[in-house]
Design a protein around this ligand. Structure first.
Ligand SMILES: [Zn+2]
Length: 102
């Protein structure tokens, strides 16, 4: 049954650097738009300074309707929890200092 095992990941095609219309290496970016949140795409390196290239290609397939509805809520929840963690750690430090000083 070992014959079904394969070291081929199937991702080798996406690992090769892609070039935009200017011939520069196309950076992998992640969409933050709610319709396509978390979906990766190839953009172009000079996006900030020169938008004339316009190279764009999706890497990930479109997300299903359920994913589109749930993911933005999960990201919002994660951000809220991360903020709470920062506040809690700050508070913990203050309490520890107060305990050590007592
Ligand atoms: Zn370009």
């Amino acid at each position: 049954m070992a014959s079904s095992f394969s070291s081929q990941s199937g991702h080798s095609r996406t690992n090769a650097p892609r070039l935009c219309y200017c011939g520069e290496i196309s950076p992998v970016k992640t969409s933050m738009a709610s319709r396509n949140m978390g979906r990766r795409f190839y953009g172009y390196a000079r996006y900030e300074v020169d938008a004339t290239c316009g190279y764009f290609k999706w890497i990930d397939p479109p997300m299903c309707q359920h994913g589109r509805e749930v993911l933005p809520k999960m990201v919002a929840k994660m951000n809220r929890l991360e903020n709470e963690l920062v506040t809690s750690r700050r508070r913990e430090k203050i309490y520890c200092k107060a305990l050590l000083a007592a």
